[in-house]
Write a protein that binds this ligand. Structure first.
Ligand SMILES: [Mn+2]
Length: 467
């Protein structure tokens, strides 16, 4: 396994440079912030000093903001896709730092220069979209530094959940066999069979059902029908599930009953050959922190990840970092405040989308375009995903959201999970192709990705070629 060899090489290089000038650059999403906390812990425990820097992305615009006058630079949760650019920059700097990349994004294809160590499980046929995240690679790095560091595994599980790697309901591959296992063994994370409704500890069951967007049924966006549905389930099975209860209040048997009745309902609304995929979007596992309180925003990792997004999407990275380190005081209350604002912004954007935006239908996808400030670029991807709860959005097609920025456009693409299982759609390839054609760049995962483009031009036409 090449990535294991590279991991060992990387650890050796860290030890060799332990007294030199070290910089650690990490991405700014849930996965990136968890990568950062893992590396901070590792270096601190090994008594190695370093500077830390958050990076939104590495591109021609930002590469010059990275101080290359270090002896060692570690990139985590980014870098593998930008080896060209890093190498170019290395050529023009006098001091030639060693570079370690700990990443899971698709690797740019060219030969890797000698002073760059690219640790990326992709090289060994491991799927970086599903089997390990950036924080996961950092965790493997930590474990080679010292096999006792298994208390850091929980951060890697959070990173994986934040990157939506439990796509089919459960974590798989290295995420499951190594990282989750370590976190459970360390006593930090509990795993339990559950329903794949969002908001298990933070909202009533009927709200969770309301925003289930993988299948459009008569329950979608309809409170009274949902309450009727739950009451009918109760009558049929002799249960007493209260619609206002949270999913975490339900017993295992109640969840099982609710899940199978919901599956039965959904199966009437989908093409027969999609049915085989339906259980994967309704049943799954939930991952929870054993030390957090029941019904807290931080208990369930999906909801914890939303809290981090509520800060990082608004350029606030230190707050979630401090909360991850254990602050439940000042930074935690700031996080909750920001979460509220984030949810308000999402609700406002959804209203705007519902009332004031035209969804343009193409044969195999749909898109909408919004002006600057109508829906901000930092949340347009989340809004695109939520748009499937709206009547006018076709839930059997992917959606592209185009948001005007100061210097071009941010494009976000989303597709319901069920559709992506049934139809084998790859939005990342399409968005990558189309954005390059109009002078931008983009990529990401099969059913959730994004791009920046300087102008729209024939972008939509190029998408049509690929979809
Ligand atoms: Mn990541």
């Amino acid at each position: 396994m090449e990535y294991l060899l590279n991991l060992k090489k990387a650890v050796k290089i860290l030890r060799k440079n332990r007294d030199k000038k070290i910089l650690v650059c990490t991405h700014i999403d849930t996965d990136g912030i968890n990568s950062r906390i893992i590396l901070e812990n590792v270096l601190e425990r090994l008594n190695i000093e370093a500077e830390f820097l958050f990076l939104r992305q590495i591109d021609y615009g930002t590469i010059d903001t990275i101080p290359f006058d270090n002896d060692l630079i570690i990139f985590a949760d980014l870098g593998s896709g930008q080896i060209d650019l890093i190498n170019e920059k290395l050529k023009e700097t006098s001091k030639k730092p060693k570079i370690i990349i700990l990443d899971h994004h698709i690797v740019s294809n060219e030969k890797i220069p000698e002073n760059i160590i690219n640790v990326n499980p992709h090289n060994d046929g491991i799927d970086g979209g599903k089997e390990i995240c950036g924080a996961g690679v950092c965790y493997l790095f930590a474990k080679i530094c010292d096999p006792r560091f298994t208390d850091l595994a929980k951060y890697a599980v959070l990173g994986a959940v934040g990157d939506v790697q439990s796509l089919e309901g459960n974590l798989i591959g290295l995420n499951r066999d190594v990282i989750l296992r370590d976190a459970v063994k360390a006593g930090d994370i509990s795993v339990s069979p559950d329903l794949q409704f969002y908001g298990k500890h933070t909202r009533p069951l009927f709200t969770s059902i309301k925003y289930f967007t993988d299948v459009r049924t008569d329950l979608t966006d309809n409170d009274s029908r949902i309450i009727n549905f739950i009451n009918n389930v109760n009558r049929k099975h002799g249960t007493d599930i209260i619609p206002k209860d949270y999913l975490c209040d339900l017993t295992f048997d109640q969840k099982k009953i609710m899940g199978s009745e919901f599956l039965h309902k959904c199966s009437r609304y989908i093409p027969p050959d999609w049915r085989i995929h339906l259980p994967k979007v309704i049943f799954g596992e939930s991952y929870e922190l054993t030390n957090e309180e029941f019904k807290s925003n931080l208990k369930n990792l999906e909801e914890f990840s939303t809290c981090i997004n509520g800060c990082s999407r608004y350029d606030e990275y230190e707050v979630p970092l401090e909360v991850l380190k254990g602050d439940r005081d000042k930074n935690y209350s700031k996080m909750l405040k920001m979460l509220k604002k984030h949810k308000r912004n999402l609700a406002g954007s959804m209203n705007f989308l519902r009332n004031d935006v035209e969804i343009v239908q193409k044969e195999n996808f749909q898109y909408f375009k919004v002006d600057k400030n109508a829906i901000k670029g930092n949340i347009v991807g989340i809004v695109a995903g939520m748009s499937y709860s709206l009547e006018k959005v076709d839930w059997k097609k992917p959606i592209f959201a185009v948001s005007e920025m100061d210097d071009g456009y941010k494009v976000s693409a989303r597709c319901p999970k069920l559709l992506s299982f049934a139809e084998d759609i790859n939005l990342a390839t399409a968005i990558n192709y189309a954005s390059k054609k109009v002078g931008g760049s983009g990529g990401g995962h099969k059913f959730a990705c994004g791009a920046y483009i300087p102008e729209i031009g024939d972008f939509v036409k190029y998408l049509e070629e690929k979809l």
